[in-house]
Write a protein that binds this ligand. Structure first.
Ligand SMILES: *Cc1c(COP(=O)(O)O)cnc(C)c1O
Length: 421
């Protein structure tokens, strides 16, 4: 099997491990910026192109600042995510607020930041009208195509999905939003997750371009922008092929000319809200081997655990593993690579061929820049670990290790009697 490249120098990783300790996540900021520029170039034909980075993928203010620097906005779905964007200086139309089952205070915060409010349901129009001092001027609706589209394992079948408004509701949604005072209209969908099929992304554009025409005909409302959602996949496995972003850009460009320009619907802004492909391939979880044990199977026990990366335990997802300094050795041993949780799902890999592994070896787990540390939790008293950013020849700590004091801060006080009167 082909190996996967580590884009950060192995000596840098080893040095941080030695000086600051393990485990940690490290992100290649130069590579993140490089990919972001390619993505924007592929869509440079599109009016006011923007990617609203899905904050949930890597909710770190320093990363948001870095992405803001290359023109990205933020896709938020909670109050803390809205506040992260605010702190990073991402405001107004650079925020797409794509929530579901939304609390009133989140509608209010999104209005305060003058974000585009992307409604998940027709009843949320009324909820936002009550929650915001004045109805949001910039609105969007999340479209669920139902049986017109089939899903995949990660995202599910649209008919079963809790998200979005139906084909029958969509025109009424815009009419009602307009009656309430909305002035700028966008449309959104999210029908792919970790998609490696170019056709599916292009078909999503076709689906929304068609709807833009239908909404114009049936309501007279001008849709200013389409948001094609996230879901552009990344090659987790060495044999997976990277998505050809340039080809996706030029195929959507051709559709735009054919369906939007030719029908007099231009200009129409194009947006994505990708998270995974922006930071995922450029992050690594670095962990040290604590114990190598031989039971009915052979185990490599790491100082990281599922709290640092739960995709393998949660979805059975593949994450490639490199043993630092052993690139030349044959993969002639088979291990389960585990963490230390009292939970047998706490495995980074099952039956993985690796070179012979010894106590003290440094393992680098690939593609952890999105949905990695972000999904971390504190089960078993496991604390979350530091994050480093490599940029312009420097390494910076952009999140410190969580401490015991952080962990107990929500309970270390004298319990007060709750006043039930
Ligand atoms: C998760 C999510 C995204 C980002 O998906 P990626 O797979 O990280 O690109 C974008 N929009 C919404 C609404 C999401 O839920």
């Amino acid at each position: 099997m082909a190996d996967k490249k580590i884009t950060i120098g192995e000596s840098i990783i080893a040095k941080i491990a030695q000086k600051e300790g393990t485990p940690f996540n490290i992100y290649d900021g130069d590579a993140i910026v490089g990919f972001a520029k390619r993505f924007y170039k592929a869509f440079s034909w599109a009016p006011e192109f923007i990617n609203y980075f899905a904050v949930k993928a890597l909710p770190n203010i320093n990363i948001l600042r870095l992405l803001k620097g290359v023109g990205m906005g933020g896709d938020c779905s909670s109050l803390p995510e809205l506040r992260l964007c605010e702190t990073a200086g991402i405001l107004g139309s650079n925020i797409m607020f794509s929530s579901n089952d939304t609390p009133d205070e989140e509608f209010a915060k999104a209005c305060e930041l003058d974000a585009i409010v992307n409604f998940d349901d027709i009843t949320h129009i009324e909820a936002a009208r009550k929650a915001c001092p004045s109805f949001p001027k910039k609105v969007s609706f999340r479209y669920n195509p139902g049986k017109d589209r089939t899903g995949n394992a990660l995202i599910g079948n649209p008919v079963e999905a809790k998200y979005g408004v139906t084909k029958e509701q969509i025109c009424d949604c815009y009419r009602i939003a307009k009656e309430n005072g909305a002035e700028h209209f966008h449309i959104h969908t999210m029908v792919a997750s970790n998609c490696l099929k170019e056709d599916e992304i292009v078909e999503t554009a076709r689906m929304l371009f068609t709807l833009v025409g239908k909404i114009r005909r049936e309501t007279g409302i001008v849709i200013e922008g389409v948001d094609l959602g996230g879901g552009i996949g990344i090659p987790y496995k060495p044999e997976d092929k990277e998505m050809d972003i340039e080809s996706i850009g030029s195929r959507i460009h051709a559709l735009y000319d054919e369906m939007i320009v030719a029908s007099g619907l231009a200009p129409l802004k194009i947006a994505f809200e990708c998270g995974r492909c922006i930071t995922g391939p450029f992050g690594y979880l670095v962990s040290k081997v604590r114990h190598v044990t031989h039971k009915y199977k052979d185990y490599v026990g790491l100082d990281a655990c599922m709290a640092d990366l739960m995709r393998p335990g949660l979805y059975g997802a593949y994450h490639h593993i490199t043993v630092l300094g052993k690139a030349g050795l044959p993969l002639d041993h088979v291990y389960d690579v585990t963490g230390s949780l009292c939970e047998n799902n706490d495995k980074f890999a099952i039956d993985r061929p690796l070179p012979v592994v010894a106590k003290g070896d440094i393992l680098v787990i690939h593609d952890t820049g999105a949905h990695g540390t972000a999904m971390g939790f504190n089960y078993n008293g496991k604390l979350r670990h530091a994050e480093y950013l490599v940029l312009d020849g420097h390494v910076r700590c952009i999140r410190r290790d969580e401490t015991y004091d952080d962990y107990v801060a929500t309970q270390l006080f004298e319990p007060q009697v709750v006043d039930l009167k």
